[in-house]
Design a binder for this molecule. Structure first.
Ligand code: NDP
Length: 291
C-alpha cells in the first residue's frame, strides 16, 4: 500500500454498478509503477445524482474521472466542455480537470483502435461487418469510417436501430460508408473475406454458449473476429472464428487501453507498451485467466 498524504491526488470511476470494475487495477498499477502520488477509487452514483457527483468531484479537487454505464451520455450536460470526438460518438467516458470544470473525452474508441493496432489488425481498405447497433457499435462504426474501411455493414436485431446509427455516423463522417442490415440477412453480405466486430451483449457471462450468428457459413468468410466482450475470455463468437482459421481478439485490451489513454490525459504522460503488457497480466490475474 502506498502512503496517502496531503499531496495525494484522486481519480475515480462513476457508474452503476461499479463493484466488478477492473479500472482500479489499471490506474493504481500505473500510479505505482510511475511512482505517482495518485489513487483511483470507484464511486457508485445514481442516475439522479450525476450533476451533484460532477460538481462534488470538482469541488473536492479531483484530478479526473472515468464514467461508465449508465452515465456516458447524460454526463455531457454537466461538463464545461466536450471534446469533438466524444460529441461525435455521443458518449463521454473520461473527465479531465480544467480550470473551471471538467472536459469530457471518449477513450473507448481510441482504446479499441490502439488494442487492434497492438494485434496488427488493420481497418484500412477492409470490408468490415459490425454486429450490433448499441452505444459501442456506434463508436466502432465511426472508428471504421474514420480509419478508411472500404465498406462497413452494420447488422442488428432491430433494423430500425441499425438504420438510425448508420444515418448518424454517415452524416458525421460526411460520406455514406455504413450500410444497415437486419442481422438475419447476413447471407446477403458481399461474398468476400471480412473483419467482423462483435459489439452486442450476446455471449456475455453467464450466457457463454450464446452467439449472435450461429451459422458456420458466416464464419468461413471472417478472416479476423474482434469481440468487445472479455468475460468469457474466449467467446462463442471467437471460437467459431478460430474454428475456420480466423484471428481473434477479445475486449480486454480495449478496456486496458481506454484506461491507459485516460491516465495519459490526466497526467500528461505516455505509457509504454511494456507497462501496458504488465497491466494486462495483472488484469488477467484478477479475472483468473491463465497465460
Ligand atoms: P447496448 O445495450 O447499447 O447495445 C446492445 C446491443 O446488443 C444492441 O445492438 C442489441 O440489439 C444487441 N442485443 C442485445 N441482446 C440481444 C439478443 N438477445 N439478440 C440480438 N441482439 C441483442 O450495449 P453497448 O453497446 O454499450 O455494449 C455492447 C457490448 O460491448 C457489451 O457486451 C459490452 O460489455 C461490450 N463493451 C465492451 C467494452 C470494453 O472495454 N471491452 C466497452 C463497451 C462495451 P437491439 O438494438 O436489437 O436491442
Amino acid at each position: 500500500m502506498r502512503e496517502i498524504n496531503g499531496k495525494t491526488q484522486i481519480c475515480g470511476l462513476i457508474g452503476k454498478p461499479v463493484e466488478h470494475t477492473l479500472s482500479p487495477v489499471i490506474h493504481n498499477y500505473l500510479a505505482k509503477s510511475e511512482g505517482r502520488n495518485l489513487v483511483y477509487v470507484p464511486f457508485l452514483v445514481e442516475d439522479v445524482k450525476i450533476k451533484e457527483a460532477v460538481e462534488g468531484a470538482f469541488a473536492l479537487n479531483m484530478l479526473g474521472l472515468n464514467v461508465t454505464v449508465p452515465h456516458k451520455s447524460s454526463i455531457m450536460l454537466h461538463l464545461k466542455e466536450v471534446d469533438k470526438l466524444a460529441k461525435d460518438i455521443g458518449a463521454v467516458n473520461t473527465l479531465v480537470r480544467m480550470e473551471e470544470g471538467y472536459k469530457g473525452y471518449n477513450t473507448d474508441m481510441p482504446g479499441l483502435l490502439r488494442a487492434m493496432q497492438s494485434e496488427n489488425i488493420a481497418i484500412k481498405g477492409e470490408l468490415v461487418v459490425i454486429l450490433g447497433a448499441g452505444g459501442a457499435a456506434r463508436a466502432v462504426a465511426l472508428m471504421c469510417a474514420r480509419e478508411g474501411a472500404e465498406a462497413v455493414y452494420l447488422l442488428n436485431r432491430s433494423l430500425e436501430k441499425a438504420k438510425a446509427v448508420a444515418a448518424e455516423v454517415n452524416y458525421i463522417h460526411g460520406q455514406s460508408i455504413i450500410t444497415p442490415m437486419k442481422v438475419t440477412d447476413y447471407k446477403k453480405l458481399p461474398q468476400r473475406k471480412c473483419l467482423a466486430i462483435q459489439a452486442t451483449s450476446v455471449g456475455l457471462h453467464p450466457n457463454v454458449d450464446d452467439v449472435i450468428i450461429s451459422d458456420e457459413d458466416f464464419y468461413k468468410k471472417v478472416h479476423t473476429g474482434v469481440d468487445l466482450i472479455y468475460n468469457p475470455y474466449t467467446t462463442k463468437f471467437m471460437k467459431l472464428v478460430q474454428g475456420f482459421g480466423g484471428q481473434t481478439m477479445n475486449g480486454l485490451k480495449m478496456l486496458l487501453y481506454q484506461g491507459i489513454i485516460a491516465y495519459e490525459l490526466w497526467n500528461k504522460v505516455t505509457i509504454s507498451e511494456a507497462v501496458a503488457q504488465e497491466i494486462l497480466m495483472k488484469m488477467k490475474k484478477e479475472l483468473k485467466i491463465d497465460g
